[in-house]
Design a protein around this ligand. Structure first.
Ligand SMILES: [Zn+2]
Length: 323
């Protein structure tokens, strides 16, 4: 019974819930807590998968009443498979982090070589160094890591007013300060570790957009909504104020191509601009509710599905000699 419950929960959390959550409009009103909710859903789906691997063999041998020797071997096998799942996740995470670090270090070297260091009024006090690259496209992006950089193109400086440039830089510095790159990379790692039939790029894409909104809110708080909204419109090219370019490398060609079919960067930008054009409202209760939901997603399955099974499994163990 626990196997079925955990299996259903795992499938629901990895296939059904992401589709519903990705379409929900309220997440844009509380983007930070919504990212936490996505993390909770993803972690709970991984825990459910590990739970099924551990619980299913135990329930089967208990139903067949095979005797303690078989039970012990089945338990060892189940632990080995669960260990493999965890190892695959750790391996995937290490690979994604390492490749991103190398790619960004190379990119930062190039930017240092080709760009000019901006030390004037544009440089945020205490913020990552700003590099300006010559080029015809209005670009702005950040390079996270141990030596972070914010990069602007000369065309962006020409196309934007001083206010818009400040809003753009505040947005990029917010990404760097909060290490949004690590959040995205954790979702990329899970995406890569999950077997193909169960794999969904929806969480990564949704979180990517929500993190843009979090950085938008930082820029709105400092510079007001209008400069960033108009800057987003002025920079409506494919190279944009976005961390997408830093997260999709690890999806592989199929993953990168697939995301173009249903939601384009232009769609995301329109949503962000529309959001900035609406008055910001204090949504304390919504934020608290979303965070409470995130806690519930993690705690409730453990309390109502895993804990009763564990209590029953422990009670059915033969007493150890001398106890
Ligand atoms: Zn951004």
């Amino acid at each position: 019974m626990t196997t079925l419950l955990l299996g259903g929960l795992g499938l629901g959390l990895s296939l059904l819930v992401p589709e519903v959550l990705a379409r929900a409009r309220w997440t844009a009103r509380a983007p930070g807590p919504s990212v936490v909710l996505w993390q909770a859903v993803t972690l709970a789906s991984v825990l459910s998968a590990v739970g099924v691997v551990l619980v299913a063999p135990e329930e089967l041998v208990r139903a067949l009443d095979t005797g303690p020797d078989v039970e012990a071997w089945v338990l060892v096998g189940a632990l080995a498979v669960a260990g493999l799942i965890v190892a695959r996740l750790v391996w995937s995470t290490a690979g994604v982090l390492l490749r991103s670090q190398r790619r960004r270090a190379r990119h930062a070297d190039l930017v240092d070589l080709l760009g000019r260091a901006e030390t004037g009024a544009l440089q945020h006090p205490g913020g990552a160094p700003l590099r300006v690259l010559d080029g015809p496209l209005p670009l702005a992006y950040c390079l996270p890591g141990r030596a972070p950089r914010v990069v602007l193109s000369g065309a962006a400086l020409q196309a934007l007013t001083a206010e818009q440039v400040q809003a753009v830089l505040t947005h990029e510095q917010a990404h760097l300060r909060a290490r949004h790159d690590l959040v995205l990379e954790s979702f990329t790692a899970v995406y890569q570790a999950v077997p193909r039939p169960l794999r969904s790029r929806v969480p990564l894409e949704s979180v990517s957009l929500l993190l843009e909104m979090v950085a938008d809110d930082a820029a709105r708080a400092r510079c007001g909504p209008a400069p960033l909204a108009s800057a987003l419109c002025a920079m409506s090219t494919d190279g944009d104020l976005s961390t997408h370019n830093l997260s999709t490398h690890d999806l592989g060609p199929a993953g990168r191509a697939a995301r173009r079919h249903d939601r384009t960067p232009q769609d995301d930008r329109r949503r962000r601009v529309g959001r900035l054009q609406r008055p910001a409202t204090a949504e304390g209760s919504l934020r608290a509710s979303v965070l409470a939901l995130a806690v519930a997603v993690l705690v409730l399955p453990t309390a109502f599905v895993v804990a009763p099974w564990l209590a029953q499994a422990l009670a059915s163990l033969p007493p150890l000699p001398g106890w």
